[in-house]
Ligand binder design. Structure first.
Ligand code: 5GP
Ligand code: MN
Length: 339
């Protein structure tokens, strides 16, 4: 994003506009935090703003200020299509390819609105007039902070904006422990606390609202954990039956994959989750060091993401998906062994 881009965006925002903000499908804390933070910021600048999420998301994200105003495309198609058609500006947050918003892809593509992408994933597509892409950033929320800064509006950050931004930075950095966490991240976080983000309360809202059943599902996942020392790899699988047994709800498996990565010596961790309704196996991948799960997922599982965190899917059965995964490991042995 050049200085001229910022000037152009400042000019665009100098008069009231109709603005739509879109996070990716199955939005996480960063996607929703960034969307709602930008919502509060643009509302303060007197714009008409709506956040439209492609689909529903876990309850542990539903406490952020103005969450009740978020439209879900899967439930409010007509109203959303109308908003997209009439929008002057569309912000797309925490993703960089329009196939990441499911059924919203076509209405967004055909909307004449000016598009602005703010995102930290690798290999951005070229669909936006203004692209703010930084793959080294901890989170899209940290980028929203810098975006507001570039626009000269840091003093506009109030408790609502600070709360949403804190949430996304916290969730995308694994509570400030992943390699993407920099001293700048901590300075941003310090400022957000100064502006009113209730850090202990936010951690509580996100991490300490487990149901008993979710913990039992975690127990099942951990007992399914398999380690392949030769490839410094660990994986977990959950069948649809496992999910049903423990009354699975959206978001219940969030973070499970990280347990694999916590095994001593492991640099690649994967979780395979059967989804009978969609007829797919959803895959989450995590790594340490230089091993790129973004590359692996792009090459074999129709996905992508970051070097150390990516997602993908498979249309094969759960068993066949795991077999496929194990069969490709030897081709990465030289990389996995050097870690
Ligand atoms: P998670 O494993 O938590 O679902 O996702 C890890 C990272 O990969 C996130 O940054 C997420 O946005 C991205 N990601 C997850 N699933 C996909 C996918 O199917 N395609 C792409 N391109 N990225 C994904
Ligand atoms: Mn993110």
């Amino acid at each position: 994003m050049t200085k001229q881009d910022i000037k152009n965006i400042q000019t665009l925002l100098s008069r009231p506009k109709h603005i739509v903000i879109i996070p990716h499908k199955n939005p996480d804390g960063d996607a929703m935090g960034a969307s709602l933070a930008l919502y509060h910021y643009l509302k303060k600048l007197d714009h008409e703003v709506r956040v439209i999420a492609p689909n529903d998301y876990p309850d542990f994200l539903k406490w952020m200020p103005a969450d009740e105003l978020v439209l879900k495309y899967e439930f409010s198609r007509k109203e959303s299509d109308e908003l997209l058609k009439n929008a002057d500006l569309i912000f797309t947050l925490d993703f960089n390819a329009l196939n990441r918003i499911g059924d919203m892809e076509t209405p967004v593509k055909t909307s004449e609105a000016i598009k602005i992408m703010i995102d930290h994933h690798q290999q951005p597509d070229d669909y936006a007039l203004y692209t703010y892409s930084e793959v080294g950033m901890s989170s899209t929320c940290e980028m929203i902070y810098h975006f507001i800064d570039k626009l000269g509006d840091l003093e506009v950050i109030d408790q609502d904006i600070a709360t949403c931004l804190y949430t996304g930075i916290m969730t995308d950095t694994g509570s400030f422990r992943f390699a993407s966490t920099t001293s700048t991240t901590h300075k941003v976080i310090a400022h957000l606390i100064d502006q009113g983000a209730q850090n202990a309360q936010i951690h509580n809202n996100i991490y300490d609202t487990n149901s008993f059943e979710r913990l039992q599902l975690l127990g099942r996942a951990l007992s399914n954990l398999t380690v392949l020392p030769k490839y410094k790899t660990a994986y977990i699988s959950l069948t649809q039956e496992d999910l049903n047994t423990f009354n699975f709800k959206k978001g219940d498996t969030e973070g499970f994959v990280n347990y694999g990565l916590s095994v001593e010596g492991v640099v690649l961790a994967v979780i395979f989750i059967e989804n009978q309704q969609e007829g797919i196996v959803k895959i989450s991948l995590r790594s340490k060091g230089d091993f790129s799960v973004n590359e692996l997922s792009r090459a074999h599982f129709e996905g992508g993401g970051h070097t150390n965190a990516a997602g993908g899917k498979s249309d094969l059965s759960l068993e066949a998906t795991i077999e496929k995964f194990i069969s490709i490991l030897p081709s990465y042995k030289h990389v996995l062994s050097h870690e």
